[in-house]
Design a protein around this ligand. Structure first.
Ligand SMILES: [Ca+2]
Ligand SMILES: [Ca+2]
Ligand SMILES: [Ca+2]
Ligand SMILES: [Ca+2]
Length: 508
């Protein structure tokens, strides 16, 4: 499997310059619908591509190898520290005898050890299996506690002595080879994901990814539940039929002059990238998702040149567990919906109705703000009511240059900025230029990358304490922190903070 993005054609990086899939309205021709949502200012796109190219193939490989060794070291350190802590309590198992039947009798056993350690010891309580917890009046160092335990164990009435160590929740400490490159999770300007993992990793949650579909990938295959292909147009779907049960991304490439664009583009594998940010597996390889134990429901709505609103609305309803004529029922309805897509249009009544349906079923709908560096109020579904609308920030902690902004934004999350070295969002992709090929990894930037960070976080929040979509949105806003770099244009409540959001819902 190829793991560098440098094998990908330059045109693909150009497209990734700001990834946000385009929606085409039903009843309009494809050419009649301007494709603003997928466009970025030309100068910006050029810069993005140049920044990618500067990195070069070998340089990136070296960074990746370095990332792997760093992650390995950090893990070893954490384990060693946990086994060598100061303690003031011990679990003592006594022999059953007349001497140990009374408190005074048991106290005789630890008298010598306490004197040698220079502490006063008290019996604290009896445990479920008969052992007693004894507590010293001060903490003993690892060496002192070992000495204390050995002396006490030497008493003929004592079976065993165990230091009553403090244990942490089994927080995920990913050993995935590119984890250290995922700055959006753990850098100072990131969204603080590791703290959230001390609560949970998303188990039991299903996140519907309404996008270009999915491709086979060793970092995703184990984390999929059955999805559906809602693209009703056989020409844009490229699987030669209408709606069907296989949501595989067949590629959304197009040639010069197609899709209202002067120049053609390679397939984006946009849905595969978004899915990886939500729930790539913590499996020591590649990247890790925000909710690595959640499941992805791939729901295909975008093909060549975008997707139709009618297909998207049906997909929202189906994802949330509703009935769509001609489509088998959803056996694993989603707990969260991610829509990294949009177009320059008002939130049409049918669109709002679809979103409201999901929300009425208790399913939060997370959407991308759009990539035109304009007011998100003019972009749907970012401007729909009841959505969680996400703007994008870069590794510098500022709003990304392409991100839409304004009063429609609820929160901001890492979506990348390729003007910085390694400033994109690294996730799962396919390496095929047109049709699916080998699995790989690549950096992209866009509000399309910011939204799945939040959708993954919502999965963690819902796994902790199930809340209404309105409560989830309020919790995200209440716990967001001010943008590290002031956002005068309007970035909602600020940068999402995963740890704070999980603490908030855990206390409910
Ligand atoms: Ca089809
Ligand atoms: Ca299909
Ligand atoms: Ca992985
Ligand atoms: Ca909102």
């Amino acid at each position: 499997m190829n793991t560098t993005h440098t094998d990908r054609p330059a045109t693909l990086r150009g497209r990734a310059g700001a990834a946000l899939a385009t929606v085409v309205l039903a009843g309009t021709t494809l050419t009649a619908m301007p494709l603003q949502a997928s466009a970025v200012p030309d100068h910006a796109q050029g810069k993005g591509a140049a920044a990618s190219e500067k990195k070069g193939g070998n340089g990136k490989g070296a960074e990746m190898r370095e990332a792997k060794s760093k992650a390995g070291k950090a893990k070893g350190k954490a384990k060693a520290a946990a086994a060598h802590q100061d303690v003031d309590a011990f679990i003592v198992e006594y022999k059953d005898s007349a001497a140990t039947a009374t408190k005074n009798g048991r106290a005789k056993a630890w008298g010598k050890a306490a004197k040698e350690a220079g502490v006063s010891v008290k019996e604290y309580r009896q445990m479920a299996l008969g052992q007693r917890v004894v507590k010293a009046d001060k903490k003993l160092s690892p060496a002192e506690s070992a000495e204390f335990a050995a002396t006490l164990e030497a008493d003929p009435n004592v079976v065993s002595v165990t230091p009553d160590v403090t244990l942490q929740p089994t927080a995920l400490d990913p050993a995935d080879e590119y984890y250290s490159n995922q700055w959006g999770f753990h850098s100072a300007n990131g969204m603080n994901v590791p703290v959230a993992w001390s609560h949970n990793t998303g188990e039991g949650q299903v996140v519907a990814v309404l996008d270009t579909g999915i491709t086979r990938h060793p970092d995703l295959d184990a984390n999929l539940v059955r999805g559906y292909d809602f693209i009703s147009n056989p020409e844009t779907s490229r699987d030669y039929n209408g709606r069907d049960a296989n949501p595989q991304d067949e590629g959304d490439w197009f040639y010069d002059g197609e899709c209202g664009q002067m120049y053609g583009q390679a397939s984006s594998w946009h849905g595969t990238h978004v899915a990886g940010t939500v729930a790539a597996a913590a499996n020591t390889q590649g990247v890790v998702g925000v909710a690595p134990d959640a499941k992805i429901q791939p729901v295909r709505v975008l093909g060549k040149c975008g997707g139709n609103l009618s297909d998207i609305i049906d997909a929202i309803v189906w994802s949330a567990g509703g009935t769509v004529p001609g489509v088998p029922g959803n056996r694993t309805p989603a707990d969260v919906i991610n829509m990294s897509l949009g177009g320059r249009v008002s939130c049409l009544p049918a669109y709002q109705k679809g979103v409201d349906y999901a929300v009425s079923r208790g399913v939060p709908v997370v959407v991308a703000a759009g990539n035109d560096n304009k007011d998100a109020l003019n972009y749907a579904p970012a401007n729909c009511a009841n959505t969680i609308t996400v703007a994008s920030s870069g590794p510098d902690g500022a709003r990304s240059y392409f991100s839409n902004f304004g009063s429609a934004i609820d929160v901001t999350a890492p979506g990348g900025n390729l003007e910085f070295a390694n400033g994109g969002i690294l996730s799962t992709v396919n390496l095929g230029t047109e049709r699916p090929g080998a699995a790989g990894y690549s950096e992209m930037q866009g509000t399309s990358m910011a939204a799945p960070h939040v959708a993954g976080l919502v999965a963690l929040m819902q796994a902790e304490t199930k809340q209404t979509p309105a409560r989830v949105e309020a919790a995200l806003k209440n716990t967001a922190r001010p943008m590290p770099v002031y956002c005068s244009a309007g970035c909602g409540a600020g940068l999402v903070d995963s740890g704070a959001a999980l603490s908030d819902v855990a206390s409910r």
